[in-house]
Design a protein around this ligand. Structure first.
Ligand SMILES: [Zn+2]
Length: 330
């Protein structure tokens, strides 16, 4: 009999005050390495010093994150071939560790300090190389340990960016179905279902919920499942459609005006639904949700482009990669 198999994370723990119990969690899940190396920022290490001091790290490497060149430097300093990296930080730090671990063929787990995008469990790293943000295919982590208390303390704007990234799956899924209908692109129905369901997981919430354990748990689980959809499809397709192309186009054309990935994606999602998906658009529904989440304030504060600039962004988005989306029909 034939079955399709996928690698799923060995450990997925989401709970309050669990970072300090990292050693026990690894032991409980039979994860043993000769060395355990924490890779984080100096700020986070200082902020969570009491927990870090209680944990048995063999080494701590401080990085800023988000840079390909910095990741290359880190690689040079790693000599141990039996080490587990613990990536503790936001998307930029996690993405840098992903590249390091992938290139050296070492294992890593993620401990997100916030949930600003689906970096926590995805097979893709976004890093600035030669001054431009680029995507790198990498191995997904061995596990995710999401401490609700740490995430709760992160800025509201970052959490809302994570919401934007997750909810945009609805747009990505539409584009995948469109590519199937118009071009015969093959669809993995399990990946499609995972992306679609996870994208809906935070829809019932409002801005008043964002610091509650339930919301943070659902957002974390949603982002992980969304990442799993990408692992299963062996592509970012399930979670990246026209709205992601638009975000990448902003990074390309206006790097100095770029903001958080999740907010750009949310802006692109609204734009696509309003301008291009009529008459079967979900624009009104999306607007109601974004209002309930007070996301429009965050989006409008950071992202303003003139009509001509929006046209430029759309033109660039269409050519950014060979991916058929609603923009291909514009
Ligand atoms: Zn994304």
């Amino acid at each position: 009999m034939y079955y399709k198999t996928i690698n799923i994370p060995i450990v997925l723990e989401i709970g309050e005050n669990i970072f300090v119990h990292l050693d026990d969690i690894l032991k409980k899940n039979h994860i043993y390495f000769k060395e355990k190396i924490l890779i984080t920022s100096l700020e986070l290490k200082d902020l969570y010093k009491t927990s870090v001091d209680k944990l048995s790290f063999d080494d701590i490497i401080f990085i800023k994150g988000g840079s390909y060149e910095e990741a290359q430097e880190v690689m040079k300093s790693i000599t141990n071939r039996d080490a587990l990296f613990v990536a503790f930080g936001g998307g930029s730090i996690i993405d840098a560790v992903k590249l390091v671990a992938n290139t050296l063929d070492l294992t890593y787990i993620t401990v997100p300090s916030t949930l600003s995008n689906d970096a926590i469990y995805s097979p893709i790293a976004r890093l600035v190389k030669d001054g431009k943000k680029q995507s790198f295919g990498v191995k997904a982590p061995l596990g995710i340990i999401a401490d609700v208390n740490i995430i709760k303390g992160s800025p509201k704007k970052l959490i809302l960016a994570g919401v934007g990234d997750l909810v945009s799956n609805a747009s990505a899924v539409k584009d995948w179905l469109l590519a199937h209908a118009d071009r015969g692109e093959s669809i993995n129905n399990f990946a499609l279902a995972l992306a679609s369901l996870s994208g809906n997981s935070v829809i019932p919430y409002t801005i008043d919920d964002i610091r509650t354990p339930r919301f943070i748990g659902d957002l974390a689980n949603g982002l992980v499942i969304s990442g799993l959809a990408m692992v299963l499809a062996n592509s970012s397709r399930p979670a990246s459609g026209a709205e992601h192309l638009i975000s990448h186009a902003i990074d390309d054309l206006f790097p100095e005006r770029a903001t958080l990935h999740g907010l750009q994606v949310a802006w692109g999602h609204l734009l696509v639904e309003r301008e291009f998906r009529q008459p079967e658009s979900d624009y009104e529904k999306l607007l109601v949700f974004f209002e309930r989440m007070k996301m429009l304030d965050e989006i409008e504060r950071d992202i303003t482009f003139s009509k001509e600039e929006v046209e430029q962004i759309i033109l660039r988005a269409k050519t950014i990669r060979d991916r058929y989306t609603i923009l291909s029909k514009v």
